[in-house]
Each structure stands twice: as C-alpha cells, then as structure tokens.
Design a protein around this ligand. Structure first.
Ligand code: F6R
Length: 240
C-alpha cells in the first residue's frame, strides 16, 4: 500500500489527478470506477480542465460508479446519476453510452445487482476511485459488510443518512436504501486510489491503514490489495 500525505485539499486533488491522468494516458479506453461525495470534487474539476485543454480525452473511456440511492430516478437532483452529470460528465467528452451507474428505480433488486455484477466482470476497473466514510465505509458498504460481497442493496445506517443529509433539503428526504458495488467488486479493480481530507476522516483512515483487517472497518480490506494508494491531506493523516 502506498500512502501520500499532502498539505491541503487542493494538493490531494492534484496528486489524485496525476494518478488518474497516467491511467487514461496509458490506456485511452480504460475503465474507471468513480465515486460521488464531496472529496472527489477537486479531482473532477482537474479532470474537466485537462479535458478542455486536450491534455486527456474521455472519448473511449468507460466509467462505472460505485453506488446509487434506491427508489429515485436518474433525473432526481439527489441521484448520483445527476451528481455525476453536474460535476463531471457534462463537461467532458465522454460518450453517454459509456457511463454506468446502478439504476436507482430498477424494478427488481436481484436483477439489477446481477446486471451490475456482470458488467463489472465484463469491464473490470483499471482504476477504482474511493472516498471513505467516517465509519470506514467504502461505496455504501457499511461496517459489518462481508468482504466477499458483490453488488447488493444496503439499508443505510443512521449516521450515513445524517452525513449525507447535507445535500438534501430535509433529512427525511434522504433515501433509506442504496445499491452499492460490494467489497469483492471493489477489490477486483486493478488499481485503487482512495482519497480523504479533513479531521472527521482521521480515525477511519487510521483504522483502515494501521488497524486489523476486519469487516468492522470495510476500508481495512484495502491493506490486502496489491496496488492501492491512499492520498490524504494532513488532517486526515493526523492519526497515522
Ligand atoms: C460515494 C461513496 C461513499 C463516499 C464516502 C465519503 O459514491 O461511495 O463511500 O465516498 O461516503 O463521502 P464524502 O466524500 O462526501 O466525504
């Protein structure tokens, strides 16, 4: 595992951008696993700029997102589909057909999970970008999720609903369930890039990197990945 500690959020985003850029430059049709949340926004801005400057292109890139709220349509402003369009996809030259995210309003959970697992088998991620929850979750895999889990429906924990409610008008609007890639799907990625900033992530980062590998801390499994890089700001790294 490689650990890079940076002085600020901006430097964390720049270092993460360098890693992503290398993957895209080495393989113009790379499969990139993406995450939502506030942590990757700086990185997404840098990817947009690089695309505008013709430094990189998403023309043949495929993206596969980690997760999506269950029960909401992709046009819903709180969906992760919408988030990704607003914060990355609409500004880069990606082919909309190459964007994959779980269907929040799928009719059948089992069929949707099967479809997504088959997709991940067909297009394994060349790189998977991750953020980390303050409880150590990755994707929506909450503490206690089996390490051999595949795409599944999750009942979101109260603390995750509370963390995520900042993006909604009211906490009661936050969906109670979500689809997420499982931990096994994430671990199948050839390369993992995990980014974290801020004091509220320090404990989770410390447990993920230095603690025992346990299903109580989903991100601790990353210690076993052959090519995983943590890029942290000083606050997130403060307990290492
Ligand atoms: C989002 C996701 C989550 C977030 C995590 C951190 O697709 O999979 O695991 O990465 O909750 O979220 P932020 O970046 O908002 O702190």
């Amino acid at each position: 595992m490689k650990i890079v500690i940076t002085k600020s959020y901006d430097e964390m985003s720049e270092k993460a951008f360098e890693v992503m850029k290398q993957v895209v430059l080495q393989k113009n049709d790379a499969v990139i696993g993406l995450a939502t949340g506030t942590t990757p926004l700086g990185l997404y801005n840098l990817l947009i700029k690089a695309c505008e400057n013709k430094e990189i292109s998403f023309k043949d890139i495929k993206t596969i997102n980690l997760d999506e709220y269950k029960g909401i349509d992709k046009s819903n402003k709180n969906s992760y589909h919408y988030f990704m369009q607003q914060n990355l996809f609409k500004y880069v030259d990606i082919n909309q057909k190459n964007i994959y995210i779980e269907k929040g309003n799928a009719e059948c959970d089992l069929a949707e999970c099967k479809r997504y697992n088959e997709l991940l088998d067909k297009f394994p991620q060349d790189i998977q970008l991750l953020g980390i929850g303050s409880d150590g979750h990755i994707g929506f895999n909450e503490p206690g999720t089996k390490f051999d889990s595949l795409t599944h429906v999750v009942n979101l924990k109260k603390s995750t609903i509370k963390d995520n409610s900042r993006l909604f008008n009211k906490i009661s609007e936050v969906p109670k369930q979500a689809y997420t890639q499982g931990i096994k799907n994430i671990m199948n990625a050839k390369k993992i890039l995990i980014i974290a900033n801020g004091k509220n992530k320090a404990k989770a980062v410390q447990k993920a990197i230095c603690g025992p590998i346990t299903e109580k801390v989903p991100a601790s499994i990353l210690q076993l990945h052959p090519d995983c890089t943590f890029i942290l700001d000083e606050e997130a790294a403060s307990l290492l």
